[in-house]
Design a protein around this ligand. Structure first.
Ligand code: HXC
Length: 331
């Protein structure tokens, strides 16, 4: 069995087998969030084809995910960069050749780091735009005909034992709703992702493809939030502006996020199951924010100023926020 227990990646509310006979194609599928999304779908009956840049990491993730259900087919293909359309298209075609179809797509590959505009080279900005925005476009181009075919083949999703097909999800973020310091690159890139999905919803909805966005907030235990925390962003301060202790949330987590806690990968996996299930048969062009309400008050997330050493805007004016060291790549 996989090292992960089902309750870690899925709520106990979904019916077994609701994705039986369906195949999900996932970019960035070995990542913390996307692997949980994939795991949940496989647990509920789907087969999966995950791609990533790192060969070992992607293959190992596929082997582990396959353990959640006896008979699951999960392929993990490395050396596929969403910035390279040709390799992505080959991967999509291989998924169809080996697993039979592409019924669902998760565009999850993303790149991010923390930097002021002053600390960003044009190449650095472009790298994130290329991975997130162009990568999502490339993923759409490489899979949309397969999704259209799947939507046409599974046109009665409410029939007994007939899971839907032709569903697309992009994993985005909430940075661009308000703007967030040190995230100009990711904010711009994710705004582009949201916009692209709107266009897919409009242009392919008439063919039966439902395209939506999931926007996670701060998710505990992920590489992205580890980096934010290292830079002093993710540590939710337990003191108010006057240094007074804020009482802990009734849910035992962050007192400054409206829901009282950080997100979990399971929150995102559950949202994914919903959007791919028959229950979301008429949900198209939607942005499903799963962040406990955090974006509505930047005081709860990514608000520079929570770390006393990084009061906004002093750290910008002093130059302390520039020149973050590039961390060793995990790719
Ligand atoms: C400033 C940086 C930087 C940093 C990289 N660069 N890190 N600039 N601050 N911390 C610059 C480099 O100096 C270079 O520009 C340019 O970016 C490209 O870097 P390379 O490493 O050569 O490119 P590449 O291999 O394509 O790397 C892409 C990447 C990298 C995005 C820069 O971080 C990456 O591969 N990340 C993938 C994993 C990842 O980020 N996952 C997190 C997703 S989570 P110059 O001009 O110097 O050559 C997420 C949620 C939010 O998105 C989390 C918030 C942190």
């Amino acid at each position: 069995m996989s090292k992960q227990q089902p309750h870690e990646f899925i709520s106990p509310v979904w019916r077994d087998g609701i994705f039986r006979g369906r195949v999900v194609f996932v970019t960035g599928g070995a990542g913390d969030i996307c692997s949980a999304q994939t795991r949940a779908l496989v647990y509920l009956g789907a087969d999966a084809f995950i791609i990533g840049r790192n060969v070992e990491k992607t293959e190992a993730a596929a082997i582990d995910i396959a353990k959640v259900r006896k008979g699951a087919r999960v392929m993990g293909i490395g050396n596929v960069d969403v910035r390279n359309f040709e390799t992505l298209q080959k991967a999509a075609d291989r998924c169809v050749a080996e697993l039979g179809s592409i019924d669902f797509v998760i565009a999850g590959a993303a790149g991010n780091f923390i930097s002021t505009i002053a600390g960003l080279s044009p190449k650095a900005f472009k790298s994130v735009m290329d991975i997130d925005t162009i990568g999502t476009f490339n993923t759409i181009k490489a899979t949309i005909d397969h999704l259209s075919k799947s939507a046409a083949a599974h046109i009665s999703p409410n029939a007994e034992n007939s899971p839907p097909g032709g569903r697309f999800i992009a994993v985005s973020a909430t940075f661009h709703y308000t703007g967030v310091p040190l995230q100009s690159h990711a904010s711009a890139a994710k705004a582009g992702v949201d916009s692209l999905v709107s266009s897919v919803a409009l242009e392919y909805g008439p063919r039966g493809v439902m395209a939506n966005v999931i926007a996670p907030g701060p998710i505990e235990g992920t590489e992205g939030m580890d980096r934010l925390a290292r830079a002093g962003f993710g540590e939710i301060d337990t003191k108010d502006g006057k240094g007074q202790q804020i009482p802990p949330s009734v849910r035992g987590g962050s007192p400054t996020i409206p829901s009282g806690r950080w997100g979990t990968v399971r929150d995102i996996a559950d949202a994914t199951v919903y959007l791919f299930s028959a229950a979301a048969d008429n949900v198209n062009g939607h942005v499903l924010v799963v962040d406990g309400g955090a974006w509505r008050r930047q005081g709860g997330f990514l608000c520079v100023g929570q770390n006393p050493a990084m009061q906004y805007p002093n750290f910008l004016l002093s130059g302390a926020g520039s020149g973050q060291k590039k961390p060793a790549s995990k790719i």
